[in-house]
Design a protein around this ligand. Sequence first.
Ligand SMILES: Nc1ncnc2c1ncn2[C@@H]1O[C@H](COP(=O)(O)OP(=O)(O)OP(=O)(O)O)[C@@H](O)[C@H]1O
Length: 600
Amino acid sequence: MGELLFFVKKLYAVTGKKLFLNIGSMITVSLLDGISIYLLVPMLGIIGFFQIDAAKSLPIPGLSHLLQNVQSTLNLPIILAMYVLIIAGQALLQRSQAIRSSQIQQHFIRHLRFETYRALMQAKWDFFLVKRKSDFSHILTTELARVNQGTNMFMQLITSAIFTAIQIGLAFWLSAKLTSVILVSGIVIFVVFRKYVRKAQSIGDRTTELSQSYYAGITEHFNGIKDIKSNRLEHIHLTWFHALCKQIEDNVTQFIRLNSTTQFLSRITAAVLIVLFIYVSFGVFHTPAEQMMVIIIIFARLWPRFSSIQSSLETMVSMFPAFKSVIQLQQECKDAQEWSVQKDRGISPAIPVEHGIECRDVCFRYSNDQHSYALHDINIHIPAGGLTAIVGRSGAGKSTLIDILMGLMQPESGQMLIDGVPLTPDKFLPLRSSISYVSQDPFLFHMSIRDNLKLVNPAASEQEMWEALEFSASAEFVSKLPQGLDTVVGDRGVRLSGGERQRIVLARAILRKPSILILDEATSALDGENELKVQQAIDRLKGKMTIIVIAHRLSTIRGADQVIVLDKGELIQQGGYQQLSQETRGIFSKLLGYQIEARA
Ligand SMILES: Nc1ncnc2c1ncn2[C@@H]1O[C@H](COP(=O)(O)OP(=O)(O)OP(=O)(O)O)[C@@H](O)[C@H]1O
């Protein structure tokens, strides 16, 4: 019940007055429907089906008088025409109400979809480190589709509920005793059927679990398809997939079985009730035939609504877990929102770095229950306009340091300063506006090279794009592609080699004209010749921007103004390339020695 209320509140918050307007038109449609049934009485009276004493048979103040007048003053064609007019008016209203219902539903889903996506986009980087990405896709697709279906059911439910309430009201007016009998039976059935609604909700919970596993599984498998195929792991994944599909099938069958059971029970109950009803009306209450007929017509139309209310309720309730997971994700994202996102409207003015970036006593752990620190007591100064290289063994903390330098994560203690001014969370986004970052695993979108480049600088001219490609030693290979700049690179850039992909991403980073360029193993996939070209181009950038490079191949950082050596999260050496290579006891010269040995 709490969930239903929360859902309705949210629906109202998003759709506002439209929801009430729709309910108003539902009431009108139902009233017209009732009137059209009442018109049957004078119609049948005129035809001579039975003799009507409206005052006795339809004891509704005003209406009986009106019907008697109608019967005595109007002839059959006019009553028939009125009937058609009312039905046509009702159909017209029903049409616009159906459209409005769908608009409300679509507006609500669009809102939820956008709100969720925006919340995700505005969440901090650490949030993504602890979450499964497939869960986001799952919520944004499957779960929202279920919420859509549930909202549709909700609209149907209120239509049916209003229709039922009005028809019951009319019938009550006509015969309070008979209607009470039916109403009490209806309420008893509803209470008895409540356990089916609860069961529907638990099936809904299971649906969420299963489809989450399905999404996570297939996303992971297709991300690792090369490993699966090359290591002959297909059968393991097929077995998993087969078992999960079977569970999904069983779960759906269980829901259908439940739904059909309630439908079945409801039909049987309807038949028993009608029989009882006729017996009680004739035998006990001696109800007049025409009044009986109107009540029977009303209930014959009403009962399917009763069962559809039950069915809609089950479907709607089975969608609540999906709604809950959408709202829960939104809340988690809001709790993890970027510090400065409220003030930032997408385009933050870049922070110019004139003197340098400094880390003062920076400590960082990925989680509070970890003993070891990924970074411990880091004190460094990165001069503006210079080339700083960060080196160290695998797991030393290089990428973590870069993430902190980019304001993606906040130090647990200590602080970062830009030109001597502490970097507060409200400056994280402006700082990132001045950075171009190329990761270890460069990412290209499934579009043309041109579109990939223009992503960061939509106004870039043809010449600027070719200059950036020239910088990253990719102009030659791009010009040889059959479609040149318009070549589509495939999913994540799969149609290019690793080295080509890296070079395009590098061109994209340069095209942004950043004041800080961060390269995390950005030339690792290049051959010697291209790496040298890129190296020389980076050296030429010195003085124009602040460059920070993470490199495993130490030969690529010979031109660095400063080398920072990390080990197990600690800063263990800092200085010029030549200076560190001569400190024979230091880790840097050891690492250098291993690499010379490996090449020999
Ligand atoms: N998301 C994470 N959650 C928990 N621990 C992490 C996470 N990412 C990194 N670590 C840990 O933090 C430490 C530093 O990792 P980091 O990725 O910064 O090292 P690195 O020097 O960049 O390594 P590599 O050269 O292999 O990329 C490692 O011990 C690593 O296991």
